[in-house]
Design a protein around this ligand. Structure first.
Ligand code: UD1
Ligand code: UDP
Length: 379
């Protein structure tokens, strides 16, 4: 069986690392990896291929920037050409980015079955580009690999089939709760990381940061970066909070570009307790997560990693797709409508542990995905 995997953004390289490894150990499967180019800085792309034992992509399309239509449209054009040449039995896409949607659309129009990893997540907020991407991708996929029971339920609520025999049209998808591939990645790499050396060691030497005495923050969602009021509320709150608990913030290029054009940058530069650093590799990120006192984020992946390392998390959004973690008390939502709402949530988050739950499977999602793809009845 031949599969074309389409990736393009940082979290997709991380997710694909474990699934591609499982493909390599399966004699029944040949995988061709296409990188759309959506993320292209070396610390947003190359570093993950190096660190996570990945082979370099077979094809790199070099498409990035522009508006949603331009980016997705260019990807669609180029991916169609790739699929015409490669003629795969199936296309595998991850998550909810423009690369995901372009890959799914290119494939389904050519009657190539689409498999979607991280299917069924919903924010129920159609103003998010990710919500549009994931709903459309799920709708055209033939096999839906969900990370949680809640994700399966969301698909059922939309009228997609229960996990039963596939019907002949190809549009009655198979649904499997395989668990979360990011849990696989965390189990594979998390234990390697300790508090010595790495980025934490450097921050300790340069700024006296010590384990479990800092807050790790990440901000990149369009709903925050592209709304000046929300962005200011977040940074004002982080600046104030950093006087109580130092804040380390690996800065996504999207956010960097935006704050460079605002007065926020000078306030941040003057701060002696909020440290902006460049995006870090996965292992450095795990180190920063594992030894944080608190994580404040609008990232999907980082919310879950906070839980994997049992660090309390404040999610700087109006809603989350990962509702299990809010229900279990590991995550609290802080809509950045005011500086104070964020600040109060950050203060309340410190030390607030949740209940022991296991919503994301056993850490064998990658193997299960490959088993289902190579099993009878898919293609
Ligand atoms: C994308 C995804 C988002 C995901 C995030 C992961 C979409 C619609 N959004 O958002 O769901 O959570 O990736 O990080 O697909 N840029 C650089 N260098 C890079 C990467 C991006 O300078 O290596 C710049 C781009 O040129 C652009 C901006 O950052 O100006 C945003 O990049 P883009 O890929 O459009 O969206 P993300 O915000 O990264
Ligand atoms: N990450 C990383 N370096 C960073 C920031 C994040 O390796 O500087 C990792 C993080 O550990 C997680 C993934 O990137 O595995 C999350 O990606 P991101 O927040 O960009 O996207 P999202 O998950 O929100 O789609």
């Amino acid at each position: 069986m031949k599969i074309v995997t389409i990736v393009g953004a940082r979290p997709q390289f991380i997710k694909a690392s474990v699934v591609s490894a499982a493909f390599r150990s399966s004699s029944d499967m040949h995988e061709c990896v296409v990188h759309t180019g959506q993320h292209f800085d070396s610390n947003m792309s190359d570093v993950f291929f190096d660190e996570l034992d990945m082979e370099l992509p077979d094809i790199h399309l070099g498409i990035h920037g522009g508006g949603h239509g331009e980016m997705t449209g260019q990807m669609l054009i180029e991916l169609e050409k790739v699929l015409l040449v490669e003629k795969p039995d199936a296309v595998l896409v991850y998550g909810d980015t423009n690369s995901t949607l372009a890959g799914a659309l290119a494939a389904v129009k050519m009657h190539i079955p689409v498999a979607h990893v991280e299917a069924g997540l919903r924010s129920f907020n159609m103003s998010m580009p990710e919500e549009i991407n994931r709903i459309l991708t799920d709708r055209v996929s033939s096999i839906l690999f969900c990370p949680s029971d809640k994700a399966v339920q969301n698909l059922r609520d939309e009228g997609l089939q229960l996990p039963v025999e596939r019907k002949s049209t190809g549009y009655s998808p198979l649904i499997f709760n395989v668990g979360d591939v990011m849990f696989d990645v965390a189990l594979r790499h998390g234990a390697k990381v300790n508090e010595q050396g790495g980025v934490l060691g450097s921050l300790g030497a340069s700024h006296g940061i010590s384990a479990r005495r800092y807050c790790l923050a990440t901000i990149h969602r369009a709903e925050n970066t592209d709304n000046p009021e929300r962005l200011k509320n977040i940074f004002d709150a982080l600046l104030e909070f950093s006087q109580e608990v130092p804040v380390i913030l690996p800065l996504h290029p999207r956010t960097r570009k935006i704050i460079e054009s605002t007065s926020l940058l000078s306030a941040i530069r003057e701060s002696k307790s909020l440290f902006l650093i460049n995006p870090v590799g996965y292992l450095d990120m795990v180190q920063l997560e594992k030894y944080a006192a608190l994580i404040a984020t609008d990232s999907g992946g980082v919310q879950k990693e906070a839980f994997f390392y049992r660090v309390p998390c404040v999610t700087l959004r109006d809603e989350t797709e990962w509702v299990e973690l809010v229900e279990a008390g590991w995550n609290r939502l802080a809509s950045p409508v005011t500086r104070k709402s964020v600040l109060l949530a950050l203060r309340a988050g410190i030390g607030s542990m949740g209940q022991e739950v296991k919503p994301y499977g056993e850490g064998d999602a990658a193997n299960r995905i490959v088993e289902y793809l190579t099993g009878d009845g898919f293609v």
